[in-house]
Each structure stands twice: as C-alpha cells, then as structure tokens.
Design a protein around this ligand. Structure first.
Ligand SMILES: Nc1ncnc2c1ncn2[C@@H]1O[C@H](COP(=O)(O)OP(=O)(O)OP(=O)(O)O)[C@@H](O)[C@H]1O
Ligand SMILES: [Mg+2]
Length: 241
C-alpha cells in the first residue's frame, strides 16, 4: 500500500500577472520515482523549487509527511535538489561534495567517509582533489549528483539531471537514480523532457501543460492508455500548447 509523503494541494504560482502553476494537486508516495514531464516553460522547475521552499506558492499548500509547511527548516534539511544548471564552487571536488554535510554540522571523519562514498557511487573515485571547474560536463553533472546525495536525503528533487549529457553519462545517472532509490528508499521527483527516461526509470508520471497538471498516471498507463488527448500527443512527440 502506497504511503503518502508529499501532498501538494491546490497549488498556484504567479510571477507578476503570469500564472505559472494553476491549481496543481498531487500526492507523491514514499519511495517512488515520480517524473514531471511537459514542454519547456510549463512550470516543472517552478514546482520543484516550491517543493524545495525556494519559491513561495501564491496559493494552496504543501504537506510533508502529514505536517504542514510550518516545519520548513526541518523538512528542507531532509531533502535535496539537483538544479537544472548546478552551481559549481571554485574549489576541489571534495569541498563541492562536502558542502551539504558541512552546513549540517557533520564531523570531519563522517564528511570524509560520506564524500568518498558519494564519489564512488557516481563513478568519480580519485577525483576529490581536482578543481571542480576543470571537470568535463558529464563529470561535473555527476559531481553535482554526489553533492545532492551525500547527506542521504529522504527526498531528492532532480531538475533535468541528464540534459546535455552523452548517452553513457545518461545511462550512468539513471543507474545511480535507481540505485539510490533501491538502497536507501529515497523518494525521487524528477523533471525531465526525456520520454525515454520516463519509460526507463519512473513509477508514475505527471504531465504539466501551461501550468496545469493535465494527467497523473502510472508509467504503463501513460504510455499505453493516456487519459488525456494532449498527453497522448505529447507522448507521441507532437508539439502541444
Ligand atoms: N522568478 C521568475 N520570475 C518571472 N518568471 C519566472 C520566474 N521563474 C520562472 N518564471 C517563468 O515561469 C514559467 C515556467 O518556468 P519553469 O522554469 O518552471 O519551466 P520549465 O517547465 O521548468 O521549463 P524548461 O523545461 O524549459 O526547464 C516560464 O515562463 C518562466 O519564464
Ligand atoms: Mg526547467
């Protein structure tokens, strides 16, 4: 039986007079990989940023683990977001990955052990002393992934984690996503353009179109029997607006 972890209730977000999210309601269950898909500019990043408390909704509410968002700081400490364009600090790979542990006050030995473990998971062992800004694009993305998982978040928000990567790096990142979920039971929300990625790794899918969540379905449902004609068109690769 699915256990509710995040409840998004009648969420609205406007920037000026532009409505970016319109009355979005959605439940995300513990331990699932939930994919948010939809054309560019339709509100995927905005929704992830709201889940990460980086934006305040204009209306509606968020409930984490049955608790209303007043416990924001505690909730934020247990989640992590990999940004569409990750910021890379001009320091070593080790320092970049250690950041989330340092702000959480972890001791030196724990930091070392967890950073090394995270670098192993993302396939970057031995890179810890390299300047992060000298990594290749694919390596930098995997380092950002290590930074996101290093403190064992309960909730991992991934914004286009494989955009602009070659197929080998895409496969590696997808493998890591599945490994993190199966080993740690992490709940993962992933925004992606990539229908094939959804097919490979998601459990359920939500399609955002013009700020509306037009369909939420199990993956097999969305590919074989979409409930909405616009979802069906999007899945077929047609332009929808
Ligand atoms: N801080 C902001 N101020 C004004 N407009 C914003 C702001 N943040 C986002 N928007 C607008 O909100 C809309 C949705 O943006 P968002 O980044 O959520 O889309 P997206 O679905 O992630 O797109 P993409 O697939 O291209 O990443 C866009 O029109 C964007 O320009
Ligand atoms: Mg985006």
């Amino acid at each position: 039986m699915a256990e509710e972890l995040i409840r998004i209730q009648s969420l609205c977000k406007s920037f000026g007079n532009k409505e970016v999210l319109k009355n979005v309601s959605l439940v995300i269950n513990r331990g699932e990989i939930f994919a948010l898909i939809g054309p560019s500019g339709m509100g995927k990043t905005t929704l992830l940023r709201i889940l990460n408390f980086l934006e305040t909704p204009s209306d509606g509410k968020l409930v984490f683990n049955g608790i209303h968002r007043c416990h924001e700081i505690d909730t934020r400490r247990r989640m992590s977001m990999l940004f569409q364009t990750p910021a890379i600090f001009n320091t070593s790979v080790f320092s970049n990955v250690a950041y989330g542990l340092e702000v959480r006050g972890a001791d030196k030995n724990t930091i070392k052990e967890k950073v090394m473990n995270a670098l192993n998971i993302v396939g970057l062992p031995g890179k810890e002393l390299q300047k992060a800004r000298t990594l290749s694009g694919g390596e930098a993305q995997r380092m950002a992934f290590a930074r996101a998982i290093v403190y064992d978040p309960d909730i991992l928000l991934l914004d286009e984690p494989t955009a602009n990567l070659d197929p080998a790096n895409v496969a590696k990142i997808e493998e890591i996503i599945e490994q993190i979920r199966s080993e740690r039971g992490t709940t993962i929300v992933i925004a992606t353009h990539n229908i094939y990625q959804v097919k490979r790794i998601a459990d359920r899918v939500g399609i955002l179109l013009n700020g509306e969540l037009i369909e939420v379905n199990r993956k097999d449902g969305i590919f074989t029997a979409p409930k909405d004609a616009r979802s069906a068109a999007f899945i077929r690769g047609e332009m929808i607006y």
